[in-house]
Design a protein around this ligand. Sequence first.
Ligand code: DGL
Length: 291
Amino acid sequence: MMARVPSASGSALDPRARPIGVFDSGVGGLTVLHELLVALPHEDFLYLGDTRRFPYGERSPGELSRFSAEIAEELLRRGSKLLVVACNSATAAALPELGRRMMETTLGVDVLGVLRPEALRAVAATRSGRIGLLATPATVASGAYEQAIAVIDSHVTVHAIACPTLATIIQAGEEYGERAVAAVREVCAPLRAAGVDTVILGCTHYPLIRPMLQRMLGPGVTLVSSGAALARQVEHALSTRALQNARSGEGDYRFLCTGDVRSFRELGTRFLQMPLGDVEHVELAEIGAAA
Ligand code: DGL
């Protein structure tokens, strides 16, 4: 069952029946959506992949904040009851500001990001107090993980490695070959040298190369990704706000993307490990203005 989400107007009377909006620059956020679909089977989801402006990892904080605000508004216009930023680069640049804005300017819709649940998990997992971070250049430059971790435990050190090519290699959807192996080896080497015992996969694309990362970092290293922890946070947010969907059967999920619809569907089906159904092309104002 897929690709049927109640419209904003159709569900206006019962906020619980509205979908949860999720977004990323591309297919990486599907690793988060996958966990949400498993943990919250009764909910409807609306996923937006901003593939036209991918990669976010090379964007400035200003651009990422603008893109995030524009996408959040589109997802709210389509009736979302809660927003999940399934992109570390956007979370690092746009939260908590985006959350404040959505609270003030809308009917109090909450925005949850991937960074905090991962930081909490990583601190809980480390024994040595040395955590590695693999993330896009934008996320590493933001220092957001260091800040989040310092609040949780100031004795923990973070070894951050900016990975300029990993998300692009994954998003290209080609068979992994020498280029992918060399790129993974290069980013893992400094973390091995630093002796970290826990590594944060600080980009939602990276769980898609988890086996390669685990092999090159070694079996003793704990890899932390955001999906499962974030799913629990979403569950908590829905129940404390009395927004859980009241149905007993399975919910629906639907996809929007700003770039090529066919390649999103092909790649997305593989990465979500579930059928995608129809993907709707969406034009956002800023993209239109830049074209
Ligand atoms: N998946 C996105 C993240 O979590 C970024 C990939 C990109 O657009 O560079 O940061």
